[in-house]
Design a protein around this ligand. Sequence first.
Ligand code: 13P
Ligand code: SF4
Length: 309
Amino acid sequence: MKMNIVERINKLKREKNAIILAHNYQPEEIQRVADFTGDSLELCRMAEKTDADIVIFCGVDFMAETAKILNKDKKVLIPEIKDTECPMAHQLSPEMLIEAKKRHPNAKVVIYINTLSKAKVLADGVCTSANAHIVVNSFEEDEIIFGPDRNLGYYVEKSTKKKIITVPKDGHCYVHKKFTVEDILKAKEKYPNAQVLVHPECDPEVQEMADYVYSTGGMVKHVLNSPEKEFIIGTEVDMITRLKIELEKKREKKKLIPLREDAICEPMKKITLEKLERCLVEEKYEVVLDEEIIERAKRAIDYMLSIGR
Ligand code: 13P
Ligand code: SF4
């Protein structure tokens, strides 16, 4: 009998002892075929502990690089390399960090996981949106150089007494920048009983108006555990897909409303089932990083993983 593409992917995956990891913003068909779907931190932890021979990362460039850093002796593949860069990750250059360190010699450097490996080598610690405040507060120093997301910097500032020096001044995510206070007001008018959940990459005034500010993994936990029945989701639209899949597993129904229908992360949508199958067959595109970069960037990632969520 002729197999469909999902069956072929599953067969290849078994034959090659491969694991498919997918971020919460991946398209529905990818989330459904993945072995594990999660936020950046959950994906790091899964990449760290897997005993698969091949790790296939369905996400954007910095995420696949992180999986490689945590698995230097394994084959790490991304199904597409064209246009899968996270624009925010490219906003913080090593030169900017070197310059900031010169200006603030006593500061520690904490950078968002949404950065390239060549920036991570200069960091004392990496963080995700789920643990940024914990990583920042784990250092004794009073000053922290933090980048590239200015809005995550704002979020962290609220849970620390430390001085946060953001580099660059205007680092941002083009998807989360779209959300406005008006979007929340409109959504609340239409769905007065819904709770508003937004990501810390949203602008400060949007964070302030929301009921909760969470990483994408935090949103999953909140929606699944809350007795509430309606949620307005202020992050990338496929977050709703992830929540829908989790609710399906629990045979539960809750109303999920996207804060904006056009909050689409284009680089995340470049992964398709066809590309995933090709990736398994041809074992490309392999993530290749310089050995020294891996060693040095791993220290900052290991620091984060050692202190927990
Ligand atoms: P999470 O770590 O919350 O999944 O966020 C990753 C990201 O890129 C948000 O835009
Ligand atoms: Fe990068 Fe924004 Fe896409 Fe997240 S949503 S991967 S920060 S562009």
